[in-house]
Design a protein around this ligand. Structure first.
Ligand SMILES: C[S@@+](CC[C@H](N)C(=O)[O-])C[C@H]1O[C@@H](n2cnc3c(N)ncnc32)[C@H](O)[C@@H]1O
Length: 375
């Protein structure tokens, strides 16, 4: 079956029988939510419209059990699982060119929407998901069984992949990782494709990595910046700019001239390089100005719109760092995509824009240094 048919075929109401809606605005602490129960007549219409929209559907708060949730308002906690924004799922499944008969592995399937789509395309008995959360794994398996797609969810850490059913023709990570775990590369079949988000500490500039194993067995990988990516694995701490909004508004910093006009949002090749070469920065997306914050250094820059000045605050000159990365990115020929060297085994993973002395290069951080909070 084709992806288009699979999108029509998979019954989202079975996979997403309830949905949280955020009631409180940005920065609120604690956050107020409202749980919509799809079986309740008063919630039904709103729930149906929500789960059939493109939105990411919020399903689980703080790793809670999912079999006896009460509808209505609830205060506090953070979302630990949700379905993916549909256009991102479509983009991922298209990029992998998934087809019938292929062995498919999904890391972090959550409620199983993309796993169900994949299973519909591959056919029964070929699609497997590895989910770390016990309750979510059971919930997804139960709902997928109701759809009769022959998809399996196993409980485990995605970083290990799933050796018992390896190798896979397609490996799709629904979570962002700082580098590609070697188990994934080891479990990729010849001729296979692997797609993951590469997460850095900043949520602002995700990278999509697509690796292919050639029929001869070597692995080639390409990294591109994108507007959206998957959330990082459980426990990963993202930097947050919204908490700084009030302080930045009150004191944007000292004005100075700059030759760098705020780069456009879709200069993905530049922003991706900035995530690694000027690390620890996060953007607060504002309509008229460009605000970039270094939360751990109490520093920020507010630029634009296009008047040749920037305001900088704090010990770290955030804008000077971006000016420097931008100059290097231009000298490297404004790359849009980067080559990533993925050795089988646990070797270092190098990223490069090309060859020659002006190429942009960096190394992906080891998984061991992932800043993870206690689950
Ligand atoms: C956003 S959901 C994926 C949603 C899915 N793409 C869909 O559309 O239904 C990501 C899931 O990854 C799981 N996860 C996070 N870190 C993990 C890890 N290290 N191992 C396995 N699962 C993990 C989370 O529990 C969550 O359920």
């Amino acid at each position: 079956m084709l992806l288009r048919d699979a999108l029509l075929h998979v019954r989202r109401e079975v996979l997403l029988p309830h949905a949280y809606v955020r009631v409180s605005g940005p920065g609120a602490d604690p956050i107020v939510w409202r749980l919509l129960d799809g079986t309740h007549p008063e919630d039904r219409q709103e729930w149906l419209e929500l789960i059939h929209s493109d939105e990411s559907i919020l399903i689980q708060r703080d790793g809670e059990a999912l079999d006896a949730l009460g509808r209505g308002p609830v205060t506090g906690g953070h979302m630990t699982s949700m379905s993916t924004y549909t256009p991102l799922t479509v983009e991922a499944l298209q990029a992998m060119a998934l087809g019938p008969g292929q062995r498919y592995l999904e890391l972090g399937p959550g409620p199983g929407v993309s796993l169900a789509l994949a299973a519909t395309i591959t056919g029964p008995g070929l699609a497997t998901g590895v989910e770390r959360d016990t309750h979510m794994a059971a919930f997804a398996q139960r709902n997928l069984d109701r759809l009769g797609l022959g998809a399996a969810v196993v409980e485990g850490d995605a970083l290990e992949g799933h050796e018992p059913r390896a190798p896979y023709d397609r490996i799709h990570s629904g979570i962002g990782v700082p580098r590609v775990p070697h188990a994934w590369v080891d479990q990729l079949a010849r001729g296979g494709r692997l797609l993951t988000t590469l997460a850095t500490r900043t949520p602002s500039w995700p990278g999509h990595l697509l690796a292919t194993r050639t029929p001869a067995g070597t692995v080639e990988a390409v990294l591109r910046g994108r507007r959206r990516g998957y959330r990082p694995l459980l426990g990963y701490r993202w930097l947050n700019a919204v908490d700084y909004r009030a302080r930045v508004t009150a004191d944007p910093g000292t004005a100075r001239p700059t030759r760098l006009a705020p780069p456009p949002d879709d200069a993905y090749g530049f922003w991706l390089a900035a995530a690694y070469l000027a690390p620890g920065l996060v953007r607060d997306f504002q309509p008229t100005t460009m605000t970039v914050v270094a939360p751990e250094d109490d520093s920020w820059a507010v630029a634009g719109p296009g008047n040749g000045t920037v305001r900088v605050h704090g010990p770290r000159d955030v804008w000077a760092e971006l000016e420097d990365v931008h100059a290097r990115w231009e000298a490297a020929g404004r790359p849009k995509r980067y080559h990533v060297e993925l050795r089988d085994g646990s070797g270092t993973q190098h990223v490069t824009s090309g060859t020659g002395p002006k190429a942009l290069t960096w190394t992906l951080p080891p998984l061991a240094l992932v800043p993870r909070q206690a689950p």
